[in-house]
Design a protein around this ligand. Sequence first.
Ligand SMILES: [Zn+2]
Length: 430
Amino acid sequence: MNIDRKALKERMIAERREFHAHAESGFTEFWTATTVAGLLRDEGYDVRVGKELMSEEHRMGVPDAAILDACLKRAIDEGADASIAGAMAGGFTAVAGVMANGPGPVVAFRFDIDAVDVDESSDAGHPPRREGFASTHAGSMHACGHDGHAAIGLALARLLAADRDSWSGTVKLIFQPAEEGVRGAKSVAESGFLDDVDYIAAGHLGILADGSGTFYSGVGGFLSTTKLDARFTGRSAHAGMNPELGRNALLAAASSALHLSGIPRHSSGATRVNVGRIEGGSGRNVIPGSALLVLETRGETSALNEYMTAEAIRILEGVAAAYGVDVDVRRMGEAMGADSDPWLMELAATCAAEAGYARVSGETLPLGGSEDYSFMMNRVVARGGKALYSVFGATITDAHHSPRFDFDEDAMLPAAETLFLLAGRLLKAP
Ligand SMILES: [Zn+2]
């Protein structure tokens, strides 16, 4: 059965706009994930949600229970199917559609679905505002194009379902929560859901500046990164009468921030460390009994990042001991280094040209940033599979994560088409 591409494109745009209007931050994507689950079911997929593809202990940076509950309630108030959303309570907002269609390889595709913690621009000229689909959720906005990724995933689901006579094998379409802050992918990778996967592919809309019509078959050189929260607990005391009874957590945090920037740089490659926020204390005349440092490390390779993380933790613990306070260091997010498979890159380049991209680049592009999909790539590769991360060129109105970000909706259909052709190549019917 052949799907009418004009109708498919219109549906992608409509769905992308719905997701945009219902922007939800990491682990609170109850409306988005429930909507995706319902649509996958309509197409005949076996739908898995929540703990079926998420390891609870490997989630990082999960919001407080009160926030999760409020967002779940909001999603149901906004029409999410309560029976599906209920299975996601507590922030288990991953969804997958599985279609087992005869013998053959297992091919997975990953789409991230979360929004960025930013208020969308109120400028009347900002396209989502002008066209009436701006985020209705204060503090959350699809400023990274993941609304488009979700729409691409659903279009791919429809193309594959309609064409199931011409392919053989199993497809797993994974809609991943909490990519922002690199918090969600590790949980999916560690759940074991990918352990039978032979090929996994994903892409991102418009990361590079060349605009719509360009396809970059492989992105590599993800910086490996770890996000840490360090909570210092000391003892409050009267700063005038009994300072000797206090244990100053704020000084420990401040001193740590200075020492962290002094970690020796590594001779084998690029590293980064940044303390992004410091909080602490209560009143002017009170020895600060508590303090918080929010920091991150990065490295050109996983080993370099591990070096930076280990050094950072050693400093945090050492400085805490010097001030006689306790420190609790938590991993709030993490991503690894990963590279795209050259054979898959070549295959994807052929598919992209066939899908109508005007320019196809076969080189591996260094991303320079971090992506937690790297956990999924490495999990598949560790079991003998192959992994791909591509860029779907798209003209954008402003930088990713900016309140004025928007992308050219025409860029979505060629992306879905390319992934569909790639699936067809990998799942050749006997
Ligand atoms: Zn993104």
